[in-house]
Ligand binder design. Sequence first.
Ligand code: TXA
Ligand code: MG
Length: 344
Amino acid sequence: MGKPSDAPGQSPWGFFFLQAASSADICRAAALLAHGRLVALPSETVYGLAGNAFDPGAVGRIFQVKGRPLLDPLIVHGLHAEALTAVAHFGRAAQRLAKALWPGPLTLVLPRRSGVPGLVTAGLPTVAVRCPAHTAFRRVLGRCGFPLAAPSANPFGYLSPTRAEHVRDSLGDRLPYILDGGPCTHGVESTIVSLRDPQRPEILRPGPISPGHICEVLGQAVPVRPRTRRESPGETALEAPGTSARHYSPRKPLRLFQSATPPPGSTPATAVVLLKRPQKLANQHTYWLSESGDLREAAANVFDLLRRLDAEPSIRSLQVEQPAPDETGFGLALADRLLRAAAR
Ligand code: TXA
Ligand code: MG
């Protein structure tokens, strides 16, 4: 990624070294959570800002720390599907998806149970649940024995965190502890499937698990909900959470351009971000998300590179190559995040 291959923790082959958290790190995180405090935890997608899902005080602090509107509900994380049956009703389709794809980067929106604090679900009749695959997250869940509500550990609307230092940079002074598990493998958030109406499953947010994979498990077509579509004409963005057009955005202006055309209007202070390493460099601020144009690698690098460019004083604006339409999970997820980052 970028010009020099300088990302710490990344091998020359693009694979990540997994950084194991020590038992003391896990115990410290679990003890803080058991006392109602918040902890940032690594997951296989992005870092999460976790608190006890059954403690309304802890859940309230998650919204405060992120500056997140109270109408935007949280994902509840559990060690396995059984641990989440206290939170959500699992119908047949949910059971199939959970059996096939958990632990992993899949979130299910299901009818909620009454014991979940209303703050977690923003008063909706549904709750979002997921079993993360990251070893450190799972060890903390195992030690806590209660489910963890955890949004991405970034200020609301900003680029998601894929490394512990990203959390430290933007929320470090507001958190008692950040558990460092190294860079996140996927680098984009989980695929969200709504089973609010089990007859009509729908993908609310593209992620690492592709629509094709979900269709295969359920044996039926599962459409991706258009980015800004609402359930009904009067509905606001927050009543249909996750549909706000602008999200995952750097502070500097970001524009997308189509592949194969030179980016329009670039100046020496414009960073140009390509999907693939170019044959020759067009400008001093040319960066790339993958050596070979591999979309999985590009997705893993996107938030880290955009954060670095956002922090670089000599750069004023960003021009990013838009991925061509693609049906893999990573291609769809990358296109979705970039379109939202560029929305005004
Ligand atoms: O990969 C991930 O999913 C990460 C890691 C930490 O697990 N979490 C994450 O959380 O991305 P967050 O809060 O940044 O995004 C969750 C999305 C939000 O857009 C929220 O509106 C939506 O899930 N959501 C939560 N509960 C929902 C519900 N009941 N119905 C529809 N959407 C819901
Ligand atoms: Mg988020």
